[in-house]
Design a protein around this ligand. Structure first.
Ligand code: DC
Length: 219
């Protein structure tokens, strides 16, 4: 069984997806981490962001492993490094590249065939797993998402004013929505869920209930 969780940045997808996977006895796949790992590899090589073909070619040779809580790039643990502001600022060069998306989508589908998964991203219910048994679309208001992101960054030692976080988030939202391939949109059969004012535990409680109903219905 595949459960997909899509939604904009800061909607709480990762925390919720990881917890839901644990409760269901499923594995967890963070697909954003894959795009981030490619961006990190390109940045380390000081690649030209305008050279879409070279970026796609680089992706072909990378070994990206995304585990439950760690991300490895060619065997090196890059879990923290891929979440930095620097990588977030350049990620669109990777996420907007259709040839890179094609490779990562293939990789994600291959992983999905190896067991029961909760997968998290922007295009999981629409492009990667259109036949997933259970699809969620998580959102929250821009203010709430920015506040969560600011806390996350502070935990990592990056202190950013809320206005700046909000303006970067607006940029990312626009790019996510306008992306021609794999753009952010709820699948027709996704259950939409607004997480404002709810703790992640409350969200997971609700999603678990819905997912278990779907599980029974699909077996
Ligand atoms: O969820 P995240 O912030 O770690 O994702 C990083 C970037 O990757 C984000 O800007 C959107 C992009 N992304 C994507 O295009 N498709 C996905 N399935 C996951 C993430």
């Amino acid at each position: 069984m595949i459960i997909t969780i899509d939604g904009p940045a800061g909607a709480g997808k990762s925390t919720v997806a990881r917890a839901l996977a644990r409760r269901m006895g499923f594995r967890f796949l963070d697909t954003g981490a894959m795009y981030r790992a490619v961006a990190l590899a390109a940045r380390r090589r000081s690649m030209d962001w305008a050279d879409a073909a070279a970026l796609a070619e680089l992706t072909r040779w990378l070994k990206i492993e995304v585990g439950e809580s760690h991300v490895y790039l060619d065997g090196e643990d890059v879990t923290c490094e891929i979440r930095s502001l620097e990588i977030t600022a350049v990620i669109h060069h990777v996420a907007d590249n259709p040839a890179i998306r094609e490779q990562l989508v293939r990789l994600q589908r291959g992983i999905g065939e190896t067991g029961d998964f909760v997968t998290e991203g922007r295009d999981q219910g629409t492009v990667v797993f259109p036949h997933a048994e259970c699809k969620f679309f998580l959102t929250a208001s821009p203010q709430e998402r920015a506040a969560r992101r600011q806390k996350d960054l502070a935990r990592r030692g990056e202190f950013v004013p809320i206005d700046e976080v909000l303006s970067q988030q607006n940029d990312r939202d626009r790019r996510d929505i306008e992306r021609k391939v794999g753009g952010l949109i709820a699948a027709d059969d996704a259950i939409e869920f607004v997480t404002d004012g709810l703790s992640s535990e409350q969200v997971v409680d609700r999603l678990e209930l819905l997912a278990r109903e779907k599980l029974v219905a699909s077996r």
